[in-house]
Design a protein around this ligand. Structure first.
Ligand code: BGC
Length: 469
């Protein structure tokens, strides 16, 4: 009975925090449709249109820069409350804008919330989750991102014929933002952050609440052990013991984006039209199909992450992504207008999304919440998340130019090469972290184990002195 109620609590906590992911997906996805109507109301130059699209990414980059300090200083919960307010303010500004500047400012504000939230939500969930459920629960956030993207595609379609359509499209985002703020008012602070602030009694109470009133002393003492080490300064994340893991986080952020995911998510209708589907309806329908497949494959990932492990899924996904990009490149390079090749382009795109969703999609947000030692977790995670947003901005703002300059065949070949590189990198560097507590991972890092080995449970019983050596 207790086990069931604690499961219910931790699922509820994760679902509420993952509302941030839903807003992330929704607000990044909605612009593709909204833009078509904004430009009817405010005829603007291509540069301004690009600014409207990229303002969210720029805001997210800025947000991710200082989200670490913020969550370490104010706590995970307070920061989640601040971002829900930012989502609400940004959405109201964008929805009621009487000029393009209003939309850009509103979207910057939303971006800021996304940047901070894409970091604090997985962190909050990872710190609240019990060991055996951590992988699946943190990936609720990624599932929520994919649901947000799908909802945005559907909302785009649903409001095309409505008066003031883009305002309605933006406005829908207010619903999850309000739910997030109400939810976060009711949730407790992360027990790990409480321990870090010396509030051990409160941490114990929270752990009991999250674990269903079972004995939490051992878990608490594990958390405390990792906290005997003094607080890290900014320069310490570059110290020789923490540098490799920081490098891993930055590389995962880089790989998630340079393997091309957002060329598909943001530009799917363009790709389908290039492949020969000329009607808007068929390309939008195919785009919604992409959204559905993305959600389903993420569900698969959540189910298998803790069972099969992170590495097999990641490596298999990268192979699948590489193969589908090669076949997409081939389809575009050799007569994309014959029927067979047209369908090949569609099948490759769908297969790519399936493989991304159960590998790099789910894994980045999960791993960056797991691999960093508590004392540097805040800053290190924000550096990794910044890397992801930075490369997202670079790839999505260069894709159209790349298409123009070298054509789709070469563009997708480039992303395929990045997948091949990603496979080699992950094969040698990415650790298996399933079934290992965050404290064990930290002990292994402090022991200067090679990256591949930091998820090994064998060092679980290290004494504190050993861990500090
Ligand atoms: C990525 C986003 C991407 C989304 C697609 C996320 O993990 O960070 O850039 O749009 O997955 O599902």
């Amino acid at each position: 009975m207790k086990a069931n109620s604690s499961r219910f609590t931790i699922y509820l906590v994760s679902i509420i925090a993952a509302m941030t992911g839903l807003l992330f997906g929704f607000d990044t996805g909605i612009i593709s449709g909204a833009l078509l109507f904004i430009q009817k109301d405010f005829p603007v130059s291509t540069e301004v249109k690009e600014m409207i699209v990229s303002s969210v990414l720029l805001g997210a980059m800025a947000g991710s820069l200082f989200c670490g300090r913020l969550t370490d200083y104010y706590g995970r919960r307070k920061v989640m409350l601040i971002i829900s307010a930012l989502f609400i303010i940004g959405t109201v500004l964008a929805t009621t804008a009487s000029a393009v500047t209003g939309i850009i400012v509103g979207r910057l504000c939303i971006g800021l919330a996304i940047g901070i939230g894409s970091y604090s939500a997985p962190l909050y969930i990872a710190e609240a989750a019990p060991l055996h459920l951590r992988g699946g629960l943190v990936s609720f956030n990624q599932l929520a991102i994919t649901i947000g993207i799908l909802v945005s595609f559907i909302v785009n379609l649903a409001f095309t014929e409505v008066n003031g359509s883009w305002r309605w499209m933006f406005a829908i985002g207010i619903i999850p933002a309000v739910l997030l703020s109400i939810g976060m008012l009711l949730l407790p602070e992360s027990p790990r952050w409480l321990v870090k602030c010396g509030k051990v009694d409160q941490a114990k109470k929270t752990l009991k609440y999250l674990r269903g009133d079972v004995d939490v002393d051992q878990e608490l003492s594990e958390i405390q052990k990792t906290l005997h080490v003094r607080s890290a300064s900014l320069s310490e994340i570059f110290a020789s013991w923490s540098r490799p893991v920081l490098f891993l986080g930055v590389m995962l952020g880089f790989l998630q984006q340079v393997t091309g995911i957002n060329t598909i998510i943001y530009y799917a209708p363009t790709i389908f039209q290039m492949a020969g589907f000329h009607s808007n309806f068929s390309s939008i329908l195919a785009t919604i199909g992409i959204g559905v497949v993305n959600v389903l494959s993420t569900v698969f990932a959540i189910y298998f992450l803790d069972k099969i492990g992170r590495r097999p899924l990641l490596l298999a996904g990268l192979i699948g992504m590489c193969v589908s990009l090669l076949s997409l490149s081939w389809a575009f390079s050799f007569n994309a207008h014959s029927d067979m090749l047209r369908w090949m382009a569609v099948a490759s795109t769908f297969f790519y999304i399936i493989c991304f969703a159960f590998s790099l999609g789910a894994m980045l947000w999960l791993m960056v919440s797991e691999i960093f030692p508590l004392q540097v977790r805040g800053i290190a995670m924000s550096v990794a998340v910044f890397s992801c947003w930075f490369w997202n901005f670079v790839v999505s703002s260069t894709f159209l130019t790349l298409l123009e300059k070298v054509g789709p065949g070469c563009a997708f070949l480039l992303y395929a090469a990045m997948c091949a590189f990603g496979f080699v990198f992950c094969f040698y560097k990415v650790p298996e972290t399933s079934g290992v507590s965050l404290e064990q991972i930290e002990n292994n890092i402090r022991k200067r184990m090679p990256l591949r080995a930091i998820g090994q449970p064998v060092l679980a019983n290290l004494t504190l002195q050993q861990a500090e050596q």
